[in-house]
Design a protein around this ligand. Structure first.
Ligand code: ATR
Length: 465
């Protein structure tokens, strides 16, 4: 049998950036003769490019933000290791005894890594902490030890600044659209419970990254996967998921409606919206929830917006719009649903004619409704990366009263043209990240029956997206 050829590894921009950063770091030290020379004395005599180069190798990441976060971890690690090592030296004569010194060394290393775990920075921080600690205790002696510790910190700072500078100067090696596989760095045990997102297509979904980030931060023994399920195959998938012992799954396009009649029990919002995006499997039964609408209301609350009694202009009448409109109406808002296909706006409004009113999508209608509203929410796909399509003109934004917030459900790009134009006109704006995170937190609360701190999770998710 002929085996397919193994592809050669690809040298990407991150590798090039790392190499450039290492070269710059080295070049910063060597021409000035800063290479561990005792005759120089003090900190200068202990200085060298090694720690700066290590910082460049570890900290140069795909993006500036990631490099910064990794860099801070490494810096904290070096400071923790330096402080622990220095504190250990105060033990004085105890360190003269070989076996006692060995024992102390082990204990101090454990303490250093434990401190890094305590502040939830296990990798770069833990690694960075051990070396200065070990060398302080076992290596150089006398007052030189303290110069040594200070030199490692200075070198780390130099390396980090170089890594940040190189990252800022050279392009991000993975533009959004080209991102392929994502290493979610999950830990699996034989007790790990399975969760996933189903869709068709589903490979682009951010849910695995978001959910695995939260599961890891919360220390919950679950893994979240990505499962393509063709349209019309939800029944078969549900049987498979039950058989395979899944704890639950999320659903995205085009399964949200198809799942409704397949549930053993439906919660209020899933029934109201007529769509299920979260399924919990317990004791052979399927429980269907919809977290989109509530996630949206929570994201408004995070922005300090209370929709009760407000006039809201919603653009679009697709699935996302339906969840948003029905929950806004339930929260006491008066909503105008503006859509290119008027019948789809009418169909949503039929659910609650007292609070929901249909309208068209012509420039005149948008301008008229814009002048009346207290809040504008975009639920169309206009402005979304890869979806194509853009608003033909933004003149309706000129009609918004000052201070009217503009919300876009789109999160890629982070700032759509609509939000940019609204911001230019002095309006407060927010993108769809709040909804994405809040609906994911709600889903995870249903899956794991654990209360979750959404604000803390938002910080974690912001860091990985
Ligand atoms: P989702 O499930 O995310 O809501 P959807 O159901 O495909 O996605 O809805 C997309 C929305 O964007 C619809 O309201 C769609 O309008 P139509 O109902 O008339 O199709 C709207 N939309 C997409 N492209 C548009 C365009 N070029 N101009 C105006 N509206 C557009």
């Amino acid at each position: 049998m002929k085996h397919p050829a193994v592809p050669l590894p690809h040298i990407g921009m991150r590798v090039i950036k790392t190499a450039v950063a290492v070269m710059v770091s080295y070049a910063l030290f060597l021409p000035f003769g800063l290479t561990y020379r005792e005759e120089l004395g003090g900190i200068l005599g202990q200085m060298g490019p090694l720690y700066a180069c290590i910082a460049c190798i570890i900290c140069t990441q795909s993006t500036l933000g990631q490099t910064f976060r990794q860099g801070i971890s490494r810096l904290i690690g070096v400071v923790v290791g330096g402080a622990l090592g220095t504190a250990t030296l105060l033990l004085g004569p105890a360190l003269e005894h070989f076996w006692l010194k060995t024992l102390i060394l082990g204990l101090v290393c454990v303490a250093g890594v434990w401190l890094c775990l305590l502040i939830k920075r296990p990798t770069a921080c833990g690694m960075a902490c051990i070396l200065p600690c070990v060398i302080l205790i076992t290596g150089v002696t006398g007052v030189t030890r303290y110069y040594y510790a200070a030199a490692r910190m200075i070198e780390t700072i130099v390396g980090l600044l170089v890594a940040l500078g190189v990252n800022a100067a050279l392009p991000d090696h993975r533009p959004e659209g080209e991102r392929g596989e994502i290493d979610m760095n999950v830990e699996l045990k034989n007790t790990t419970r399975k969760l996933c997102v189903i869709g068709d297509p589903v490979g682009h979904s951010k849910s695995p990254l978001i959910q695995n980030t939260m599961l890891k931060a919360l220390g919950l023994d679950y893994v979240y996967l990505c499962q393509p399920v063709p349209r019309g195959e939800c029944k078969r998938w549900l049987d498979c998921a039950k058989f395979a012992g899944y704890a639950g799954f999320n659903a995205t396009m085009p399964h949200k409606e198809e799942l409704v009649p397949l549930m053993d029990e439906l919660d209020g919002d899933a029934r109201l919206i007529g769509a299920v995006n979260t399924v919990c499997l317990r004791d052979g039964k399927a429980y269907g929830y919809n977290t989109d609408g509530e996630g949206f209301l929570r994201s408004l609350a995070d922005e300090g917006i209370d929709p009760a009694g407000k006039k809201v202009m919603v653009l679009g009448a697709g699935g996302a719009s339906k969840a948003v409109c029905l929950k806004l109406a339930q929260a006491g808002a008066e909503v105008t649903v503006c859509n290119r296909t008027l019948d789809k706006a009418r169909a949503i409004c039929d659910h609650d004619p007292e609070h929901l009113h249909p309208a068209g999508f012509t420039p005149e209608e948008l301008a008229r409704e814009g002048g009346r509203c207290d809040l504008l929410v975009n639920c169309t796909s206009l402005g979304m990366t890869d979806a194509g399509g853009q608003f033909e003109d933004f003149s309706f934004l000129d009609r918004l009263r000052p201070g009217v917030p503009v919300v876009d459900l789109i999160y890629a790009p982070a700032e759509t043209e609509l939000l940019r134009q609204a911001k230019k006109r002095g309006h407060r704006t927010s993108n769809g990240l709040g909804l994405l995170v809040n609906q994911a937190v709600l889903s995870l609360e249903y899956f794991t029956q654990t209360a979750i701190d959404a604000a803390e999770m938002k910080k974690r998710i912001d860091a990985v997206l």
